[in-house]
Design a protein. Sequence first.
Length: 342
Amino acid sequence: MSRRRSLTVALAVPVALAAAASLAACSGGGDSDRLTVYSGRTKNLVGPLLEQFSEETGIGIDVRYGDSADLALLVDTEGDRSPADVFLSQSPGATGYLDGEGRLLPLTDEVLDLVDPAFRAADGEWVGISGRARTLVYNTEMVEEGELPDSVLDLVDPRYEGLVALAPTNGSFQDFVTGMRDVLGDDETLAWLEGMRDNGARTYANNTAIVEAVGRGEVAMGLVNHYYNERAKAEDPDVASENHFFEGDDIGNLVLVTAVAVLDTADDRDAAERLVEFLLSEQAQEFFAGETFEYPLAAGVEPAVDLPPLEQIGSPALDLSDLGGGLLRTKELIEQSGLERA
């Protein structure tokens, strides 16, 4: 069975749900010029930016919001009939999948050069607009800093038994596991997943649930994206949680990006790329920094909170596009490990 067919079968139900989602229209000044965006980022995170682009350019925008992987599969299922012009993904995995299926158009060098090569596709068909580092959030009243592990691989050690939270069904965790497979191979990755299961890892639905559980002392630590704890601390500066980054180029520090691409079904390629450029502009990058506490990836904009510079975070060197092609196998390994049933 081909990778495309296998992935489609594995996620048939989510695709059906995504297909049923309604299009939410953003107001725009133009009647003839419109773009359709499939967005894996939620309306509250990117809606204001899309509305601003529409107001400034007169290009109307229709948005279909949903899970990034579901939307990628929907684009693939729709084929040449897809109304989508631009694909905005929460993580590079879904965009990499569409890239591998030949559904993306190359971006211009002027756009690509706005972002470091580490955070864009090697073939120039997608670009990152904001970054999220994987990290270990921990409760400062339950764990001393000196007790924290040097590597995410150390979390299978008996001294962390029952102390760690994971979100096995979450897309960013699955991208992290796919990255681990790229660095360590399937056998070592499965051994780590099974080790976490045997060590009593506690499972939650998503990053937010983990950060909340750590903050209230329900669990001592958990693997999340960095900005979830930054949001929690912005809401409550007294919350007893901090982020811990691992030593060296540890896979636990993997930096994931929000990726944007122009689809091969785009009716107006120039207008679609104009939106991509806008998302890399100073005003958009400042929005990501200030509203989402993510790392801006262009325009020389600095993070809005006191985060370690990206260059100081030892994210392993790997092609983020590869995360898309390994999604099905990653899901299989997580299921095989038994973590989802923990």
